[in-house]
Design a binder for this molecule. Structure first.
Ligand code: NAD
Ligand code: UDP
Length: 337
């Protein structure tokens, strides 16, 4: 299929390009490189020998989208382009609604103009908010705790209404848990522009000596070792979920949400220990106060994705740690090195 990938130069997008090309899909990327670099696409090309056309542009730019739709005529769109930092979203809500919600609306209008009826959307487990029960299944109430989470839920609602009103339309809402890890080649990985907000890239930077110590945000949660637990998902498994979703969209219509996780949560201390094993380096740490808005535990029930799309995570915790370490140690300055 011809697949337009918005935000395809980003962390998850780049890994997804590799998996799409591996299944003989044709891809075209739209990215404004707000949080990525063009060199990422060169690395994807060199890893696949695949044809990756790309357009530098903003997903809110209707003119750029219309031109791209006319040239490439996608049969499906995977929509990664967006802003994703929870803390920043609280300080810059208008930017987040604009990129994440207006961007989705603009994309839908451009798709409608050429009759493209399939979209795979990057949603997040953060739409659920404080757990009412665990593991979260897709029927769990949605009550996001941040502006970022609300932009994702709002985009899901837009896509759901679009699919309801548009014959033949398919909207696959992939609710990612915590993506970590890197490509087996160690040529693609997560390259936080600034101070890493997330646990795994932070641990990796401590192990490689770029940061002195990890702050553990709270050790008094009601979990086995007192630190926060998350459902970490290897980015290659997550990338493959997008290929499964493209296949699913070929023979299904309507809007459907799918959790994408492993079902196995790990604590901060377990992640640190796995990283120590993988890197052979000490990870100095210090217990700090809880971070605002954090929940004790997140855990996915991903049985729907397995039953309906035939997708299941296969990578282990050690795969996540080892691939992150290979990427971080081989590219200490990320793509800027
Ligand atoms: P990322 O920042 O690495 O990738 C996003 C890409 O979109 C970047 O290449 C960026 O340059 C591009 N982009 C941003 N604004 C744009 C715009 N206005 N027009 C065109 N391109 C634009 O992030 P990621 O981790 O790969 O996440 C991809 C998607 O998945 C995002 O929508 C994010 O909200 C969602 N998501 C990510 C996580 C996570 O933990 N990484 C979890 C759940 C959901
Ligand atoms: N965390 C931490 N120190 C850090 C970053 C994160 O202790 O420097 C903890 C955080 O409190 C949470 C877990 O690690 O329990 C995962 O955090 P992350 O930001 O990666 O994911 P999210 O909380 O958004 O699911």
């Amino acid at each position: 299929m011809r697949v337009l990938v918005t935000g395809g130069a980003g962390y998850i997008g780049s890994h997804t390009l590799i998996e799409l090309l591996g299944q003989a899909h044709e891809v075209c990327v739209l990215d404004n490189f707000h949080n990525s670099r063009p060199v990422v696409l060169d690395r994807v090309r060199s890893l696949t020998n695949g044809k990756v056309t790309s357009v530098t542009g903003d997903v809110r730019d209707r003119g750029a989208l219309d031109a791209l739709m006319d040239d490439f005529a996608p049969q499906a769109v995977i929509h990664f382009a967006g802003l994703k930092a929870v803390g920043e979203s609280q300080r810059q809500p208008v930017d987040y609604y604009d990129v994440n919600v207006t961007g989705t609306l603009t994309l839908l209008r451009a798709m409608d103009r050429i009759g493209c009826r399939r979209i795979i959307f990057s949603s997040s487990a953060t739409v659920y908010g404080e757990p009412v029960y665990l593991p979260y299944d897709e029927a769990h109430p949605t009550a996001p705790l941040s502006v970022y989470g609300r932009t994702k839920l709002m985009a899901e609602e837009v896509l759901t209404d679009w699919a309801r009103a548009t014959p033949e339309a398919t909207a696959v809402l992939l609710r990612y848990f915590n993506p970590v890890g890197a490509h087996a080649s160690a040529r693609l990985g997560e390259d936080p522009a600034d101070y890493p907000n997330n646990l795994m890239p932070f641990i990796a930077q401590v192990a490689v000596g770029k940061r002195d110590e990890l702050q553990v945000f709270g050790d008094d949660y009601p979990t086995d070792d007192g630190t926060g637990e998350r459902d970490y998902i290897h980015v290659v498994d997550l990338a493959r979920a997008h290929v499964a979703a493209v296949d699913w969209a070929e023979s299904n219509t309507g809007a459907r949400a799918f959790n994408i996780g492993t079902g196995q949560p790990y604590s901060v201390y377990q992640m640190v220990e796995a990283f120590r094993r993988a890197s052979g380096h000490p990870i100095p740490l210090r217990v700090a106060p809880r971070r605002d808005g954090d929940v004790a535990r997140m855990q996915a029930d991903s049985r729907r994705a397995e039953a309906e799309m035939g997708w299941r995570a296969t990578h282990t915790l050690d795969d996540m740690a080892a691939s992150t370490w290979a990427w971080q140690s081989g590219n200490p300055d990320g793509y800027g090195g």
